[in-house]
Design a protein around this ligand. Structure first.
Ligand code: AVJ
Length: 318
């Protein structure tokens, strides 16, 4: 099969240092990338199927409806990099129209990435698949050669919303450097909307989002010798209008002490670990961010209800 594997997965020592640093802050936090262990990736896939979680469905609808135009914008015979490829489901809607020469799925969840890369390579034998396990929220390397040109990138799911806006700008700038002058980026961005819709999307009736959030504690217990009792915390998700973002927290039900990698952390009743920000942008605000990062907005596709946007951006020539 035409698939190779490149491993730049964070080391256990890096994960430990980042989690301990986050729990030591005055307002405890753990970066959302740690959601995606095996179980977390499975739960996330279940979230994407929930009736309340409109982003996945809406974005896939846009990819189906406008896929030919999007493929046109990215160009043919490109080396296509997908950031946070997960199950590689979205890219499948574009591959037939796009016919890239090389496809480089990048994801932090190793087993999940490998399985999807193999499935995709089997379904598209003409495409060379180079799976890369990496944490794209930090500087990362990819299996790229100088003559891998032209390059294009796909960053779906509004995962850009997990970055603080200045970090999103720095990240997009790095993507621009990878692409080179004139390279194109297709990026999914969730739009700001009524609080009711947002609230429902992160507080689903079946409790899958709560399980996804709480799984972080189970993961820390397993990988960092943690003593969290997941039943002693509850899921909380709300819209923060001032910062235009959804926030997810794990809230302590009672005063308690927890050990992580030999260190003690104290929680008062109601104190939380902030586990995710999911920024919601207007088209205009996202354009401004992209321009600060060296991209020129070329096209934007949205659904009738203005729930979600997919932007086609071109890196400037600078
Ligand atoms: C894939 C990171 C964009 O923020 O909506 C889903 C993850 N968190 N439900 C998002 C998520 C809670 C998702 N992103």
């Amino acid at each position: 099969m035409n698939v190779s594997f490149f491993d730049d997965h964070p080391e256990p020592a890096d994960i430990r240092a980042e989690v301990l640093a986050g729990l030591t802050q005055p307002e405890k936090r753990i970066p959302p990338k740690f959601f995606y262990d095996e179980q977390g990736s499975r739960l996330f896939d279940a979230i994407c199927e929930l009736p309340e979680y409109y982003p996945t469905r809406t974005e896939i609808g846009l990819l189906r409806q406008y896929g030919a135009e999007m493929a046109e914008l990215l160009g043919h015979d490109v080396v296509l990099i997908e950031l946070g490829s997960g199950s590689s489901l979205k890219i499948r809607t574009l591959l037939a129209a796009l016919r890239p020469r090389v496809y480089i799925p990048v994801d932090i969840s190793r087993e999940h990435l490998l399985r999807s890369a193999e499935g995709l390579a089997a379904a598209f034998p003409d495409i060379e698949v180079r799976a890369a396990c990496a944490d794209y929220s930090r500087p990362f390397s990819l299996p790229l050669q100088a003559d891998d040109q032209p390059r294009a990138a796909f960053f779906p799911g509004s995962s850009v919303g997990n970055f603080e806006p200045p970090d999103a700008e720095a990240f997009l700038h790095r993507v621009g450097t990878l692409l080179g002058p004139g390279g194109h980026l297709l990026i999914g961005v969730d739009l700001r909307k009524s609080e009711d819709l947002l609230h429902a999307a992160y507080n689903d009736a079946q409790g899958i989002t709560a399980a996804f959030n709480l799984n972080l504690l189970t993961r820390i217990n397993r990988e960092l010798e943690g003593t969290f009792d997941p039943a002693a915390f509850h899921h909380s998700a709300f819209f923060n209008p001032h910062d235009s973002r959804m926030e997810m927290h794990l809230v302590s039900n009672a005063p308690q002490q927890v050990l992580v990698a030999g260190e003690t952390f104290r929680f008062s009743e109601g104190e939380s670990i902030h586990t995710e920000c999911s920024y919601k942008y207007s088209v205009k605000d996202f354009h401004a961010l992209a321009e600060r990062a060296g991209f020129k907005p070329v096209r934007v596709w949205t659904d009738d209800q203005q729930l979600f946007s997919v932007h086609g951006l071109r890196r400037g020539d600078d």
